[in-house]
Design a protein around this ligand. Structure first.
Ligand SMILES: Cc1cc2nc3c(=O)[nH]c(=O)nc-3n(C[C@H](O)[C@H](O)[C@H](O)COP(=O)(O)O)c2cc1C
Length: 157
């Protein structure tokens, strides 16, 4: 399916993880089948405002830009925190209304992958069996929480 191939490719440059109207740029993401359901898993560090927002909801939406588009927005949403400002307002961007009862997406993206959270787990970094990665990614702590979402629906725009 094109949306899976395109999303896997675009994650190298970034996509938007949308929770309660706050966009956060993500580079990590995984498709799969778990418990017999189609899933998309995201990885969010404990320090992110998005992590706090995810504790207040049971859904998220991943909005995926077409290749070579929305670079300014991806950079902004990957360096600014929703704790300090309203990123959608600052970018004069609009929400793409949810169609499958998850979260509103980022208008202007090519795909909106709407998910309901099935499972959350913080990754214990001491279990990472590669010291180079351990020191590169977790020197200051701040572990990732894995959020496994059941894909409720994908909208292609
Ligand atoms: C290309 C790119 C990919 C990123 N991927 C992730 C990711 O997968 N998980 C994560 O926790 N942070 C990731 N970040 C960092 C967050 O986007 C960044 O800390 C953001 O400001 C957090 O926003 P928030 O505080 O509003 O949640 C990435 C940043 C960039 C630029």
């Amino acid at each position: 399916m094109d949306w899976m191939k395109d999303t896997a490719e675009q994650l190298k440059h970034g996509a938007f993880l949308m929770v309660k109207g706050n966009p956060m740029t993500i580079g990590w993401g995984q498709f799969g089948v778990l418990w017999g359901r189609p899933t998309f898993t995201v990885y969010v560090r404990r320090s992110r405002y998005t992590h706090e927002l995810l504790e207040q909801t049971n859904s998220f939406t991943v909005s995926v830009p077409a290749s070579d588009t929305m670079k300014k927005e991806l950079s902004f949403c990957g360096t600014k925190s929703g704790r300090d400002l309203d990123k959608m307002d600052a970018l004069q961007a609009s929400l793409f209304p949810s169609r499958f009862n998850a979260e509103d997406g980022f208008d202007g993206c090519r795909y909106h992958i709407e998910c309901r959270i099935l499972f959350r787990a913080e990754l214990p970094e001491h279990l990472l069996e590669d010291d180079t990665l351990l020191s590169r990614y977790y020197a200051d702590g701040d572990p990732h929480t894995m959020m496994i979402g059941e894909i409720l629906g994908v909208t292609e725009v």
